[in-house]
Design a protein around this ligand. Structure first.
Ligand SMILES: [Zn+2]
Length: 245
C-alpha cells in the first residue's frame, strides 16, 4: 500500500478510537450535579496526566521551545475564553444547552481538538523514522485518545448530550490527527522543528483549562477531598497507562 495512505489510515484509526471514550456513559443513568462535578474531576485528572506525557515528549525535541509553546497555549485559552464571552454569555448555543453550559462544552471541544494537531504531527514525524516506530506511536496515541474521549464525554454528557453525540464530538476532536499526520510525514524535517512548540502548546492549553474551568466546577458541587482524590488518581492513572504502552 502507498505509504502516505497508510499513515493517513493509521491516524484515522486513532481518531475513531477517541469515540470509545463515550462508552462508560452508557452505564450512567442519573445526570446530577454531583455526577457533573466528579466527571469534571476525572476529566481534569486525565488531561493533567496527558499533559505530563506531552511535556516529557516535547523536551526530547527542545526544552525552551516546549516552554514557549506552553505559554502560547495558555494565551490561546485566554483569547478563546474572551471570544466565547464570560460566565454569563447567554447568547451561546451548543447542542441542547445555552449560556454557561454551552460555553463549557465548546471550550472543552475546542481545547481537545486543538491539542490533537500536535499529536497528529507526532504520528506523521514518527512514521518518518520507519513504519514500525510509526505503528508503535500510533497505537500509543490511539489508546491515549480513549480516556480523552472520556474527558470530553464527562463534560458533555451531564449537559444531556446523547452518548452517541458524545462519541461523535470525541471523534471530531481527534480529526486533526489524520489531517496533520500526512503533511508531517511528507515534510518530516520541517515539522520536527515545530513539534516541541506544538507539544508544549497542547500541554499548556490543557493544564490551564483544567485549573481555570474543570477543577473550579468540580469543587463547586463535590466534596473537596473526594474531588482532589479522584483528580490525583485519574492523573497518575493516565501517566502509568501511557508508560505501560
Ligand atoms: Zn492527547
Amino acid at each position: 500500500m502507498n505509504e502516505t495512505l497508510l499513515v493517513f489510515l493509521y491516524a484515522l484509526g486513532t481518531a475513531i478510537a477517541t469515540g470509545l471514550g463515550a462508552i462508560p456513559f452508557m452505564f450512567v443513568r442519573e445526570l446530577s450535579e454531583r455526577l457533573a462535578s466528579y466527571s469534571a474531576a476525572v476529566a481534569g485528572g486525565l488531561m493533567l496526566g496527558a499533559s505530563f506525557g506531552l511535556v516529557a515528549e516535547g523536551t526530547l525535541y527542545g526544552r525552551g521551545e516546549t516552554l514557549a509553546g506552553a505559554l502560547i497555549g495558555v494565551a490561546f485559552i485566554l483569547v478563546t475564553q474572551r471570544i466565547l464571552g464570560d460566565r454569563d454569555g447567554q447568547d451561546l448555543v451548543f447542542e441542547a444547552a445555552s449560556g454557561e453550559g454551552a460555553r463549557k462544552m465548546l471550550l472543552i471541544v475546542i481545547v481537545m481538538t486543538v491539542h490533537s494537531f500536535a499529536e497528529g504531527v507526532a504520528v506523521g514525524v514518527s512514521f518518518g523514522g520507519g513504519v514500525t516506530l510509526g505503528a508503535v506511536i500510533t497505537v500509543a496515541i490511539a489508546i491515549h485518545n480513549i480516556p480523552e474521549g472520556v474527558a470530553i464525554s464527562a463534560v458533555l454528557r451531564p449537559q444531556r448530550v446523547s452518548v452517541l453525540r458524545c462519541a461523535g464530538w470525541s471523534v471530531f476532536s481527534s480529526l486533526p490527527q489524520p489531517i496533520m499526520a500526512v503533511p508531517a510525514f511528507l515534510f518530516v524535517e520541517t515539522f520536527r522543528t515545530a513539534l516541541p512548540y506544538g507539544l508544549g502548546f497542547a500541554a499548556g492549553a490543557m493544564v490551564f483549562m483544567v485549573l481555570v474551568e474543570l477543577l473550579p466546577e468540580a469543587y463547586e458541587h463535590g466534596d473537596r477531598a473526594q474531588v482532589a482524590t479522584l483528580t490525583v488518581a485519574s492523573a497518575v492513572g493516565m501517566v502509568l497507562f501511557q508508560q505501560w504502552l
